[in-house]
Design a protein around this ligand. Structure first.
Ligand code: ZN
Length: 178
């Protein structure tokens, strides 16, 4: 398993991109949140599923907190499918798609790639690493990631070992060569 800190780029298939924009629009003007499943291919992170979660923040107009019950349910589901949770996403209903100060503090040491959704776009970020001395967090920083709105169909076929809805649709449109 590749570490999130070494991530070079994220591949988000167009249907998942649209799903994230849809999740953000449904929650507007409150922040939406979701977890994403996927797998690593070297330093590339390939997304395979969007799983909307409840935002239980007491200030959902400007913050998000993923419902731990949704997170646990998804972990159980992943254990059965062999997939893993690789990214979290939340929307910025009226702000730019850049990490807020609150996001920077919340994300320190996170082992997930962070996606930020607006009405029209999605951006991807590597969270600030855990500092050697936890007392010294002066200005945590996200690292911007290249986000490709594409599906890696050929390579996806070779690593396909579980059945997500996306895998199913790829399989149906392109018979496996294995
Ligand atoms: Zn934010």
């Amino acid at each position: 398993m590749t570490s999130v800190q070494s991530c070079a780029e994220v591949w988000l298939p167009p249907d998942l991109w649209s799903a994230l924009i849809g999740v953000a629009q449904m929650s507007y003007p409150l922040e939406a949140c979701a977890l994403l499943s996927g797998f690593w291919q070297g330093r590339k992170l390939i997304m395979t599923g969007v799983h909307p979660c409840r935002n239980i923040s007491p200030e959902p107009e400007c913050a998000f907190e993923i419902d731990p019950a949704d997170h646990c349910a998804l972990l159980r589901q992943m254990r059965q499918s062999g997939d893993s949770i690789v990214a979290c996403a939340h929307s910025h209903p009226n702000q730019r798609p850049l990490p807020s100060q609150r996001d920077k503090v919340a994300a320190v040491g996170s082992d997930l790639v962070w996606l930020i959704i607006t009405a029209k776009s999605v951006t991807a970020w590597v969270p600030p690493p855990t500092p050697a001395d936890p007392a010294v967090i002066s200005a945590p920083r996200f690292r911007p990631l290249l986000l490709r709105r594409e599906a890696l169909k050929d390579q996806q076929r070779t690593v396909m070992h579980h059945e997500t809805a996306l895998d199913q649709s790829l399989k149906n449109s392109q018979p496996s060569q294995r």
